[in-house]
Design a protein around this ligand. Structure first.
Ligand SMILES: NC(=O)c1ccc[n+]([C@@H]2O[C@H](COP(=O)([O-])OP(=O)(O)OC[C@H]3O[C@@H](n4cnc5c(N)ncnc54)[C@H](O)[C@@H]3O)[C@@H](O)[C@H]2O)c1
Length: 348
């Protein structure tokens, strides 16, 4: 099979996809786009032709697929530009877009062009998530009753040297991953939520902590806490040992799913239940710990993209509609925190 001709637009977060593509025989990293010394360094490291203007790249290079890792506001124009030159496979970083309107236009444009759209919610390619999703689907937990989830991170001072890190809070940067995880794992849709946000740690323009109560259309409820200014191991990225730049602290669970037959802690992969014929707190509560591989989920996402391009897989792990559903929940969270009121979602 011929190598897949790929371009990566945007070389900060996109540098990971560019490096993965360059390291894989399956892909031919035909070109990259980005501006400034960091983009120049990545292009030089990988020996890939660099374009400062992504439009020029798309008009100049013949491609089978494109990874769009540009700032969110450029996702829609870049998708349109890629479709205009006939590209049929697009991997767009999360969030699908900044606004629901842009997201809808991205989805419709891809549909009309008959193009495959994959949104880069990379945790959908984590081995932990795939395991738990199948474990739930197999009925091991019984009926899901409730969920507790947290995203606890202590971001270093240097993180806030980047302008937009001071104006975009952990709800949009971190909570969006957890919201998407819950969609993916359970298939449930948020019907109603209330969010209370604070900026009491850094006193900045945006929140540095928030608590949220979710009600799902299917019945269960979820409580969630996020903060990017407290030390603790109860965030997926610290606990899962998947992010190469984080000093991880495995052994804890950031997510607990409670079911009528048992409860599961992720990413430490702990399942609690009673033995056959036993039930209740006077009986021994049994624990099974599962070992799963910890492949890099971003690398696995690019492999999945390759499978979609090669036709080995037909269904994107995160479609445009799923990316939009996640975006809608995060926007509802922001609206609730701002208005200090319950927000209803159209969870159909
Ligand atoms: N999946 C994840 O965990 C994750 C993590 C971080 C960021 N992201 C997403 O990745 C995307 C990019 O985020 P980032 O943090 O890398 O942003 P960034 O602003 O740091 O980098 C953007 C890149 O795009 C390039 N660029 C901007 N305009 C361009 C143009 N007109 N032509 C060519 N290149 C251009 C810049 O030079 C830079 O290389 C965003 O959608 C973001 O939400 C995803």
């Amino acid at each position: 099979m011929e190598a897949i001709r790929l371009a990566v637009l945007g070389l900060n977060q996109g540098a990971k996809a560019a490096r993965d593509a360059a390291a894989s025989e399956r892909f031919d990293l035909a070109a990259v786009a980005g501006m400034g010394p960091q983009a120049q360094a990545v292009a030089a490291e990988l020996g890939a032709p660099l374009y400062e203007d992504y439009q020029e790249l798309l008009e100049s290079v013949v491609l089978d697929g494109v990874v769009i890792a540009l700032p969110n506001g450029l996702h829609l124009p870049a998708v349109k530009a890629a479709l205009a030159v006939g590209i049929k496979h697009l991997l767009v970083e999360k969030p699908i877009a900044d606004t629901e309107e842009d997201a809808r236009m991205i989805i419709d444009a891809c549909d009309q062009a008959g193009a495959t759209l994959l949104i880069g919610h990379q945790r959908r390619s984590s081995a932990t998530m795939l395991f738990l999703k199948q474990f739930i689907e197999a009925g091991n937990l019984g009926d899901i009753v409730g969920i507790q989830c947290s995203a606890i991170y202590a971001k270093p001072d240097s993180y806030f040297d980047i302008d937009w890190h001071r104006t975009t809070g952990p709800l949009l940067i971190n909570a969006i991953h957890d919201v998407d995880d819950l969609h993916y794992l359970t298939g449930m849709r948020v019907k109603r939520l209330y969010a209370a946000a604070r900026n009491s740690i850094r006193g900045g323009e945006v929140e540095d902590s928030a608590s949220i109560v979710f009600e799902y259309a299917e019945g269960p409820t979820c409580t969630y806490f996020v903060s990017d200014g407290v030390p603790g191991p109860w965030g997926y990225d610290l606990a899962a040992e998947e992010m190469h730049f984080i000093n991880c602290r495995p052994g804890e669970n950031s997510l607990r799913v409670f079911g009528t037959k048992g409860s599961f802690g992720l990413p430490n992969m702990d399942f609690y239940r009673y033995g056959p014929g036993q039930y209740g707190w006077t009986e021994p509560l049994l624990k099974t710990h599962y070992e799963v591989g910890r492949p890099d989920p971003a690398t696995a996402t690019l492999e999945h993209f390759g499978d979609l391009i090669d036709g080995v897989e037909l269904v994107p792990r995160c479609s445009g509609e799923e990316g939009l559903a996640t975006l809608k929940v995060v926007q509802a969270i922001l609206k609730s925190a701002e208005s200090r009121s319950v927000v209803e979602l159209d969870a159909d």
